[in-house]
Ligand binder design. Structure first.
Ligand code: SF4
Length: 494
């Protein structure tokens, strides 16, 4: 049942005067001929309710050496697509509401002699959001601070990770628990982030950041280029041997852990003479200092612009005139070479080439600064009724790894425990994979792939299974064929 009229009946019902009521979500739009519904995903075209975007199938190369099927748009004929290499995604497939209706497509195919079923739908997610990883040591804002778009709170700063600041955006509280405007702005922000569009956020007590999946963050108008090589202590550990003999002390300035080479275990093992330069902050273990300064946009994610400011004292019993001292940040973006004068005061001097080479190597070892966006959602609710009459069996099967979950063909990380809580990299998904409905909620593709015999045991909608050939043929011009993302595992592989 894939003809346009049949699909129309799946999502709506005809009312008088050519009006069609769209049933695909709780908004239940009444759509006049030639008009689209509130989400623009469905329209009344000559009395037929159509999904305004094509369904996306992805064509897989026969083997890794074979050329991938070129992306085809209007001219592609789905009938030409080898069904054995086709994966029908949820993109453009449509949502079903109320959810007891079977999913829009339940596709049967055979792979390596195994009869397989893929249940294909677009889920409506109120319980969803994105986790944003921003590779930078710049301080963007305090942990737990509000993240805003157009003044509305859409998320918060969450725990920083190694070399990255993290944001949590969206979630049910911002989508549904605040004002209508908060929900609308949150939904719009999620949609843009999931579509790899740039979004400018501001952080209370922090900075303005332009975030875009796959692009470098822009902090207060300045594009970030480098992700730090590690914390100050790690940088000491990595480069200590390369510094030995060329400098007498190295201080690697870092917002979290500032490293001091001769005190650090790395310097001791290399038998370096203690330099007697004590930095500010709280000493954690030898050569590792916390809180040497306030967080900021200066050296190593601190507010330091003059590294000499972090020297608390220089011990005259240990230091000596002529001592060669290097300060560097964890990206190598900032570096200062000094020599102690007769009064044991650091005096800036020209950096020797051998020292410069190691600072440059820090920079060389920094990866490009990027933003990553992972969509996270709970698919363990009513969506499951479109897959099976006994939803808990699906949940258990997913948890056991028998049923594969993909989003637009992209692999998901499945959280342990109850429900079907998944995360997927939006850059592994087809373009324009996400939509929204004004409830507000995000619409995202999701597919469940499993052996046909298992699907039957789970209480699947067996009478709705259609051969993949029939589905592709029936979609006709409503089908768009894209190329399988080469990094995504093929869901039918054993
Ligand atoms: S918002 Fe979209 S999906 Fe929901 S009823 Fe209206 S047209 Fe249909």
């Amino acid at each position: 049942m894939t003809s346009r009229a049949a699909r129309s009946a799946q999502f709506g019902a005809t009312e008088g005067e050519g009006i069609i009521r769209c049933d695909a979500c709780p908004v239940l739009c009444r759509i006049r001929p030639g008009r689209a519904g509130a989400c623009a995903r469905y329209a009344n075209q000559d009395g037929v309710l159509v999904r305004t975007d094509p369904v996306v199938a992805l064509a897989h190369a026969v083997d890794s050496n074979a050329p991938l099927v070129p992306f085809a748009q209007q001219e592609w004929d789905g009938a030409l697509l080898d069904p054995a290499r086709a994966f029908l995604t949820g993109v453009g497939s449509g949502t079903t509401y109320p959810d007891y209706k079977p999913a829009p497509f339940i596709v049967g195919s055979t792979h390596d002699g195994v009869d397989t079923v893929t249940v294909v739908t677009e889920g409506m997610f109120s319980y969803c959001g994105v986790k944003v990883k921003i590779d930078t040591d710049r301080h963007l804002g305090p942990e737990a601070a509000a993240v805003r778009v157009n003044g509305e709170q859409v998320g918060h700063v969450t725990t920083a990770e190694y070399g990255s600041q993290m944001l949590s955006i969206g979630g049910v509280r911002h989508l549904t628990g605040g004002s209508k405007k908060e929900g609308v702005v949150t939904c719009d922000t999620l949609l843009k982030l999931c579509g790899a569009e740039p979004v400018e956020v501001t952080i209370d007590g922090g900075h303005a950041v332009v975030v875009q999946a796959g692009a470098a963050p822009i902090v207060d108008g300045t594009p970030e280029t480098r992700m730090r090589v590690g914390c100050g202590s790690a940088a000491i550990g990595i480069f200590a041997q390369q510094w030995a003999g060329h400098v007498d002390e190295v201080i690697v300035v870092d917002d979290h852990i500032t490293g001091v080479l001769t005190e650090h275990q790395a310097g001791r093992v290399l038998d370096m003479r203690p330099a007697g330069i004590r930095v500010r902050g709280r000493r954690s273990t030898p050569g590792r200092y916390f809180q040497v300064a306030q967080p900021g946009l200066g050296w190593g994610g601190t507010d330091i612009t003059d590294p000499l400011a972090i020297i608390e004292r220089i011990d005259p019993k240990l230091a000596w005139p002529g001592l060669r001292l290097l300060f560097t940040s964890t990206t190598g973006d900032h570096a200062l070479y000094c020599v102690l004068d007769d009064a044991l005061r650091p005096v800036a001097a020209e950096m020797p080439a051998a020292v410069r080479a190691v600072v440059d190597r820090i920079g060389e070892n920094c990866e490009p600064s990027l933003c990553s966006v992972l969509f996270m959602a709970g698919a363990g609710g009513s969506l499951r009724a479109g897959v099976t009459e006994n939803p808990v069996l699906l949940t258990r099967s997913v948890a056991r790894g028998e049923t594969r979950v993909t989003m637009g063909g992209a692999p998901v990380y499945l959280w342990p425990g109850g429900g079907i809580t998944v995360m997927a990299d939006v850059l592994r998904m087809p373009k324009r994979a996400f939509g929204h409905v004004p409830t507000p909620a995000i619409v995202a593709p999701i597919e469940f792939t499993l052996p046909r015999a298992l699907y039957e045991r789970l209480g699947g909608h067996m009478d709705q299974v259609q051969p993949v050939e029939a589905v592709l043929r029936g979609l006709g011009e409503d089908l768009r064929v894209g190329t399988w993302h080469p990094a995504n595992p093929w869901p039918f592989a054993r």
